[in-house]
Design a binder for this molecule. Structure first.
Ligand code: NCD
Ligand code: ZN
Length: 360
């Protein structure tokens, strides 16, 4: 069988992205704008984006960092805390630019110390979200140090997600960056639809969790650029994710969780969690899909199902991937010096045809 040399699909969106703030935006926004039409922008800044007013300001900073002519659209989120007022959800909905609310269990990951300490405390907020049709995005890991780091996602589902779904059966939920067979199974078992006929529960999947199992972190030594949260899991889990992503099931869609940290903060005694994939995200996903003979399923996963879930229009524009020859740079310029992208130095099978200038 001859291999396709080009792949043209509707321009994708990234349904889970960290753009950071201030000086970082000059790097992160062009990276994502070259690949994606829109992105759900995570609110875990310091201080966190907890109000609609802050989200509006942050959005303006992102918009003013777009390359000339770019129409990249940031879709804003709020950071849920123990003290988020339920009325904030109404303001967020009315703004038209806040598209979801993010739940970080306190202490789960980078900048999550103002996260939720007890789910019961935010039940009044969930109530309004359910009524307003505002999606809840969940970092689904328990923070209990008694629980093994590789088990934290599966335990979160058992201890917390089951209960949230039971108590708020009409709440739209995205289980973010799923990494385990248990998460895939749980999402698949939930078949309820909203009034628009789209799934009530969905999940995003990163490129790095499709491409790597936990061995990648320890291949010949400690490899900090493969360290992210939730942490990479065993091969059997990667296989479950690949199967879900390439199955054509609309409950699974693209979210890079591209989480930039300067090289000095990754290559350190206590290195930060996060993989940088935004600059070459589509190339990475295409690689993963082709490995499973499922390139024909990439468009649904990358460009349709997320927009449908959020009740947004699918994009009109298109992108083309060309076969062959994109080598991931060893380093890219970034705040505090430089940053190491995932798979630095590796040659990928696909490259994105650039409409404008090259990022990075
Ligand atoms: C994210 C970050 O650095 O903001 N890190 C990561 O490993 N994914 C936080 C997160 O989404 O968990
Ligand atoms: Zn994230």
């Amino acid at each position: 069988m001859t291999q396709p040399q080009t792949l043209t699909i509707t321009r994708p969106d990234d349904w889970h992205l960290h753009l950071r703030d201030d000086a970082a935006l000059a790097y992160t926004v062009p990276w994502s704008a070259a690949q994606f039409a829109r992105a759900i922008v995570m609110p875990n800044l310091r201080p966190a984006v907890v109000s609609t007013a802050q989200a509006l300001d942050y959005r303006m900073r992102i918009l003013s960092s777009r390359p000339y002519g770019s129409v990249f659209e940031p879709l804003m989120t709020l950071y849920l805390t123990d003290s988020t007022p339920p009325a904030e959800i109404v303001r967020a909905r009315a703004s038209g630019v806040v598209h979801a609310v993010k739940l970080y269990p306190a202490g789960a990951t980078t900048n999550s110390d103002s996260g939720v300490t007890d789910l019961e405390r935010v039940y009044p907020v969930f109530e309004v979200m359910q009524a307003e049709g505002m999606p809840l995005l969940i970092h689904g890991e328990v923070t209990d140090s008694q629980v093994d780091v590789f088990d934290r996602e599966a335990v979160f589902i058992e201890r917390h997600l089951v209960r949230i779904r039971r108590d708020f059966p009409a709440l739209k939920i995205v289980l973010e960056h799923v990494t385990t067979a248990q998460a895939v199974r749980y999402v698949r078992d939930q078949t309820a639809l909203d009034a628009r006929g789209t799934p009530l529960l969905a999940a995003t999947i990163t490129a790095h969790h499709l491409l790597y199992n936990r061995n990648a972190m320890f291949a010949g030594g400690m490899r900090p650029h493969y360290y992210c949260l939730p942490i990479l899991k065993r091969e059997q889990h990667r296989q479950a994710l690949l199967e879900a992503a390439t199955s054509g099931d609309a409950r699974f869609f693209l979210g890079t969780d591209s989480a930039p940290h300067a090289r000095v903060l990754k290559e350190a005694a206590c290195g930060c969690a996060g993989c940088l994939t935004a600059p070459h995200a589509l190339e990475l996903y295409a690689h993963a899909f082709e490995q499973c003979g499922a390139l024909h399923r990439l468009e649904g996963f990358a460009s349709f199902y997320g927009a449908d879930f959020y009740g947004l229009k699918r994009n009109d524009s298109r992108v083309t991937l060309l076969r062959g020859g994109s080598t991931v740079p060893e380093r890219l310029p970034y705040v505090d010096g430089d940053i190491v992208p995932l798979d630095a130095g590796r040659t990928l099978d696909w490259r994105l045809e650039r409409s404008g200038s090259l990022p990075g």
